[in-house]
Design a protein around this ligand. Structure first.
Ligand code: NAI
Length: 461
């Protein structure tokens, strides 16, 4: 038995970041992780591997569609799928080994195995029970199931199986037009699969600014993705390695069937807290399965929770911020997360990024706002790289000019959004961005132009 100041259960972005900060602040820290590698879903079967496949297939798309235009002639590359998967695995290993190195550097103990909490202040891993002044649940989430669809991770897959298919399917049905469905749908569409996305709601990416979502759907359709919206999937059957997806159109209850080589179920994720022993401890839970917390403290003394296991957007960076804030609190400092400024990014091409309020949210709140919009058509850099589709939209308070939200669809949107995040953290007005000199030629100029459009007008529009 060993004793620690903090034991964190889960070595994903929430857990490992919390551990590093705890160690930096002088706390004796251990992380319990049952996977072979640190990094959780994000590094092993989520954010990182999907970005590798998005990068590789984007490069293929460039070669097929844009190389000749730039005077780069010759045969387009052919796809060596096992090599692409090996590249993805190498990227994963490089990242997970990096976390292992950081653990050694910060003298964090990795308790290998799956942890449970037999009593307050105790964590059991295998046959050993360790003691901790503070225990942190950072166990993340798992794909939620879809009634009538049995996952075998071969023909009917979650995001995990979709990252390691034995071959590229000729046809792929994606259930759910959320982030996972569209990112992985893009990967396989670029690899030549016929991709059909079936979505329950009447628009893709629920919660996203409606104007952006509409443009996004139009662009993805042009890239070959097919959409069936307003359709509730009734069930998925498989036979001989093929699948049939039955759905009902909500507007008229008519039923239809789609045949596919592979079906990706991407209908959301749910908190993963099974096997921790929370019920026996009397930990209060939310209705939707998250651990109930107040400033990360659960209803049991000395037990905390962060990340996907608690309420809020299921995003790695939200978990990381919570991990850091909690570490500060455990070290006797004040930790804080500003939930009003958490960016969200979809890593398709073009990328889609947002922060703060959408127009729909502002309307619903009855808030007077103004819109500054700028199309990438007016951005020289974007035009030079065939990425002039999309726009930047900044929403600002009508009277005070304070930035309330920003929504970007276009090149490097996932990076551009942070300029607005920083501005919002400082309580900036749109004019503050508009008066900041931006280097030319950069995509960032489009952000400045949108800010200018909140005032007297953009220059290149
Ligand atoms: P999601 O919640 O983003 O989207 C699920 C979609 O499935 C919704 O549009 C929903 O209406 C639809 N749906 C649900 N049941 C359905 C049915 N029976 N028939 C048809 N459609 C149905 O969930 P997703 O994409 O699985 O992602 C899970 C979580 O992981 C999200 O919280 C997401 O933010 C996060 N994530 C974030 C990424 C990023 O930041 N780039 C990448 C991947 C995942």
């Amino acid at each position: 038995m060993a004793s620690f100041d903090v034991i964190i259960i889960g070595g994903g972005p929430g857990g490992y970041v919390c551990a590093i900060r705890c160690a930096q602040l002088g706390l004796k820290t251990a992380v319990v992780e049952g996977r072979e590698a640190l990094g959780g879903t994000c590094l092993n079967v989520g954010c990182i591997p999907s970005k590798a496949l998005l990068h590789a297939t984007h490069a293929l798309h460039e070669a097929e569609h844009n190389f000749a235009k730039m005077g780069l002639k010759g045969k387009s590359p052919s796809v060596d799928w096992p090599q692409m998967l090996a590249y993805k695995d190498e990227v994963i290993e490089g990242n997970t080994k990096g976390i292992e190195f950081l653990f050694k550097k910060n003298k964090i103990t990795w308790l290998k195995g799956w942890g449970s909490i037999p009593a307050p202040g105790q964590v059991k891993v295998g046959d050993e029970v360790h003691e901790a002044k503070n225990i942190v649940i950072a166990t993340g989430s798992e794909p939620s199931s879809l009634p009538g669809a049995e996952i075998d991770e071969k023909t009917v897959v979650t995001s995990t199986g979709a990252l390691a298919l034995s071959k590229i399917p000729k046809s792929l049905v994606v259930i759910g037009a959320g982030v996972i469905g569209l990112e992985m749908g893009s990967v396989y569409a670029r690899l030549g699969a016929e991709v059909t996305v079936v979505e329950y709601l009447d628009a893709i990416t629920p919660g996203m600014d409606a104007e952006v979502a509409k443009t996004f759907q139009r662009i993805l359709s042009k890239q070959g993705l097919k959409f069936v919206l307003g359709a509730a999937v009734q069930g998925v059957t498989t036979k001989g390695g093929k699948a049939k997806v039955t759905y009902k159109l909500r507007k008229n209850d008519s039923e239809a069937v789609l045949d596919a080589d592979c079906v990706l179920v991407a209908t959301g994720r749910k908190p993963f807290t099974e096997g921790l022993g929370l019920e026996a401890l009397g930990v209060e839970m939310e209705k939707r399965g998250q651990v109930k917390t107040h400033h990360f403290a659960t209803t049991v003394k000395g037990l905390y929770a962060i990340g996907d296991a608690i309420v809020g957007p299921m995003l790695a960076h939200k978990a990381e911020d919570e991990g850091m804030a909690l570490a500060e609190i455990l070290a006797g400092k004040s930790g804080h997360v500003n939930y009003d400024v958490i960016p969200g990014v979809v890593y398709t091409t073009p990328e889609v990024a947002s922060v703060g309020k959408t127009e729909e949210q502002l309307k619903e709140a009855g808030r007077a706002y103004k819109v500054g919009k700028f199309s990438f058509m007016g951005n020289g850099r974007a035009k030079a790289v065939f990425q002039s589709e999309g726009f930047v939209k900044i929403l600002a308070d009508k009277d005070t000019d304070r930035i309330l939200g920003a929504h970007i669809i276009g090149p490097m949107a996932g990076d551009l959004i942070h300029e607005v995040c920083v501005a919002m953290e400082f309580g900036a007005a749109a004019q503050d961005l508009a008066l900041t000199c931006h280097a030319h030629p950069t995509y960032s100029e489009a952000v400045r132009e949108a800010a200018l459009a909140c005032g007297d007008g953009a220059i290149h529009a």
